[in-house]
Design a protein. Structure first.
Length: 303
């Protein structure tokens, strides 16, 4: 696809941008806002994102390739968390620019551990999310001074990931740090992830949102069947994998009501994603110790 005529004299820019931060700081929300469509799941639980998810946004002559990463985890030494941490480090090694996301006015040991992972020599923008929740904007100034003393950030950007004007301002600022080079993708590309992957992530989002803190961290979703039927309907069967029989009961709920609700809410989002009617079947399976088994992790698609 060729750029519009008015862009032909403007050099194309294209680059990889990592979004990093401690767990549950709003990385997936920011990614979705920057791309302009939901491609990464969100929940109140830390460590919702488990994969390196790439989102693409093309604005004017600039193409941004955003990499959402898992929040760096140091509390549990499972094979899953070691895999997630390797994903963070690999993403940082590959990118052109890093967005370091923190909550405005806050910086703790978990933030410091992520900051220490950023390789030197890359443009590093400090993104102070949830700045709209500060009682006064000038209350950020003393905190900003301490952050500048802590690290020589390339830029400081206070924003709310939920405000379109703030997101547009970040895109404009970020474009100047992208290398001058041809785009990697077509202008209408949104993500490099498959529809099957995105559907599994939608089910996992509903799983965590509807179980809250009740369900332990060791749960994932696998797509078992995907069939396009006559008339355009898509028939999908998926398995929710948990580590213990007790966890299976948590997911199913009394009389199967919780599993039905997970399926109903997921189906609505999946239909919007696929723009087609969807028949979704969910099953719950127990795979003891999967989150600490390297072979299982590879089978389940973890990098």
């Amino acid at each position: 696809m060729n750029p519009p005529a008015e862009q032909e004299d403007t050099p194309q820019r294209c680059g990889l941008v990592a979004i990093v931060g401690r767990p549950n700081v709003g990385k997936s929300t920011l990614l979705n806002a920057l791309v302009g469509q939901k491609i990464s799941i969100t929940s109140e639980r830390a460590q919702t994102t488990r994969h390196r998810i790439t989102g693409v946004r093309t604005e004017g002559a600039a193409q941004f390739i955003f990499v959402d990463t898992p929040g760096f985890q140091d509390k549990h030494a499972s094979a899953l968390n070691r895999t997630l941490n390797r994903t963070v480090q690999a993403a940082l090694a590959d990118v052109d620019v890093v967005l370091f996301l923190v909550e405005a006015g806050r910086f703790g040991p978990a933030d410091a551990k992520v900051l220490a992972l950023v390789p030197p020599g890359k443009p590093l923008l400090l993104i102070a999310n949830k700045a709209d929740l500060m009682p006064r904007r000038d209350a950020l100034l003393p905190w900003l001074k301490t952050m500048q003393e802590r690290h020589p950030f390339t830029e400081f950007v206070p924003l709310s990931a939920r405000r379109p004007a703030d997101v547009k301002r970040l895109l404009t600022l970020l474009a100047r740090y992208l290398p001058e080079q041809p785009w990697y993708y077509e202008a209408d590309m949104l993500t490099d992830r498959s529809e099957r992957f995105l559907v599994a992530e939608i089910v996992r989002e509903k799983l965590f949102r509807l179980t809250g803190d009740e369900l332990p961290y060791g749960a994932t979703v696998l797509i078992d069947q995907w069939q396009q039927e006559e008339g355009g309907r898509v028939r999908i069967a998926a398995s929710i994998v948990v580590e213990r029989d007790a966890h299976k009961g948590m997911v199913i709920g009394g009389g199967g009501e919780r599993l039905k609700r997970i399926g109903s809410e997921a189906r609505q989002d999946i239909q919007r994603l696929l723009d087609a009617p969807v028949h979704l079947e969910l099953w719950v399976k127990v795979r003891s110790g999967w989150a600490d088994d390297e072979a299982h992790l590879r089978t389940y698609g973890y990098e």
